[in-house]
Write a protein that binds this ligand. Structure first.
Ligand SMILES: [Zn+2]
Length: 108
């Protein structure tokens, strides 16, 4: 959508909302008592994108991260899924699964 020469990439806006905003919504819905802390923990799982540094080029907007980067492959996602069942790792695991779901949208 172009407004006065300003090009807005809505897919990118959605991507960053899902990475940075949506975890707080999930936290507010399911971890109401400590939603700010829960949301922050989930957003901090963005560090999983450090595995992009192993790739060349580091950033490629047209690349599908899922099954390309080591922490974005199906094995890793299986471990994140298992983490949901343990209270201590639950928030990190949910954050990582939300992250993978968001990255997966870019592969469609
Ligand atoms: Zn990612």
């Amino acid at each position: 959508m172009e407004i006065y020469g300003l090009l807005i990439d809505w897919q990118m806006v959605l991507h960053y909302f899902l990475h940075l905003g949506f975890p707080f919504l999930v936290a507010w819905l399911f971890f109401r008592k400590e939603w700010k802390k829960a949301g922050l923990i989930m957003v901090l799982t963005l560090v999983v994108d450090m595995d992009h540094l192993l790739a060349s080029p580091v950033f490629d907007p047209d690349r599908c991260s899922i099954n390309f980067h080591p922490l974005h492959n199906y094995w890793a996602i299986g471990i994140y899924f298992a983490g949901v069942f343990y209270e201590k790792t639950r928030l990190v695991a949910i954050g990582l699964l939300l992250h993978m779901s968001t990255d997966l949208l870019d592969c469609l």
